[in-house]
Design a protein around this ligand. Structure first.
Ligand SMILES: [Zn+2]
Length: 283
């Protein structure tokens, strides 16, 4: 699933092409991916902002409403015009089916004849129209503090550890505490901080908590700069692979020597998720 850096990459690519566009028509090809009210409510509205919270894309509309888009496992957004190359991002379906219309679930056309397609192979993603109050209630109950924003401070981070009896991996994956981290970046954060992902949260020292805070900033900043990570199934908003893969230290490096100490990187299952760590560097 695309994580914060991948969704942010898509957002940054789509923002300049979608800003101030007025919606002409909406075609829903799969009623479970989008509610029918989109076809009557969206036409005539102008997109005034393209935002992100955690892994969720939010388009602000001239009516004051919001179109929210979650790509989930296999969602793609493809923006097409007659003049230029497509702007597209999300899960890659593997070469020849990439951006194929076979998996198109929703099509939004704009007054200037361009269009935005939402493709989803496995059909977990969705588009939804919400009002201001519904959106703010939803964001509040779904997402915790957001890396790379002024809200992401040590003062807000440290209290999250209190009374948590889960392991560190589950803690960092919990979107209600910290928004946007997924399987790849949690493993990288734990390595960068030198803390075992299996460690029970209540046993993590203050020094380790501080190291985890700065590791999140380092890892996420680098991944956004590198336009996200592609290892097999993500391509960015221009349809290109992100190049953060080359910068990963443990994820996907099972049995390869640790870049710091040369101990083979270990992979285990933790809470049902493949989890990578250095048994020597991480305590
Ligand atoms: Zn090591």
């Amino acid at each position: 699933m695309p994580e914060l850096p991948e969704v942010e990459t898509i957002r940054r690519d789509l923002e300049p092409v979608l800003m101030n566009q007025t919606i002409a028509t909406v075609f829903i090809l799969d009623n479970e991916r989008a509610s029918p009210d989109l076809t009557t409510q969206l036409p005539g509205q102008t997109i005034t902002a393209v935002r992100r919270r955690g892994k969720l894309l939010i388009m602000d509309l001239s009516s004051g409403g919001h179109l929210i888009i979650h790509l989930k496992m296999t969602g793609q957004l493809i923006y097409l015009t007659n003049q230029s190359t497509p702007v597209a991002g999300g899960h890659s379906h593997g070469n020849q089916d990439d951006w194929s219309e076979r998996f198109t679930r929703v099509i939004i056309t704009f007054k200037n004849s361009s269009l935005l397609r939402f493709n989803d192979l496995r059909r977990f993603g969705y588009l939804k129209l919400v009002d201001q109050k519904t959106l703010s209630d939803y964001l509040e109950k779904t997402f915790g503090i957001e890396p790379l924003t002024p809200n992401f401070t040590l003062e807000n981070f440290l209290p999250l550890f209190r009374g948590r009896r889960t392991n560190l991996k589950a803690f960092l994956l919990n979107q209600k505490l910290i928004a946007g981290l997924g399987n790849i970046y949690v493993d990288e954060v734990c390595f960068t901080a030198g803390v075992l992902p299996t460690k029970i949260v209540t046993t993590i020292t203050l020094v380790q908590q501080q190291r985890l805070f700065s590791a999140i900033n380092t890892v996420i900043t680098q991944a956004v700069k590198n336009r996200g990570t592609t290892f097999k199934d993500f391509v960015d908003g221009t349809g290109e692979a992100g190049y953060n893969y080359n910068y990963l230290a443990v994820f996907g490096h099972t049995n390869q020597p640790c870049q710091t100490c040369a101990t083979p990187i270990k992979k285990i299952r933790l809470g049902g998720r493949g989890t990578h760590y250095c048994p020597s560097c991480q305590k």
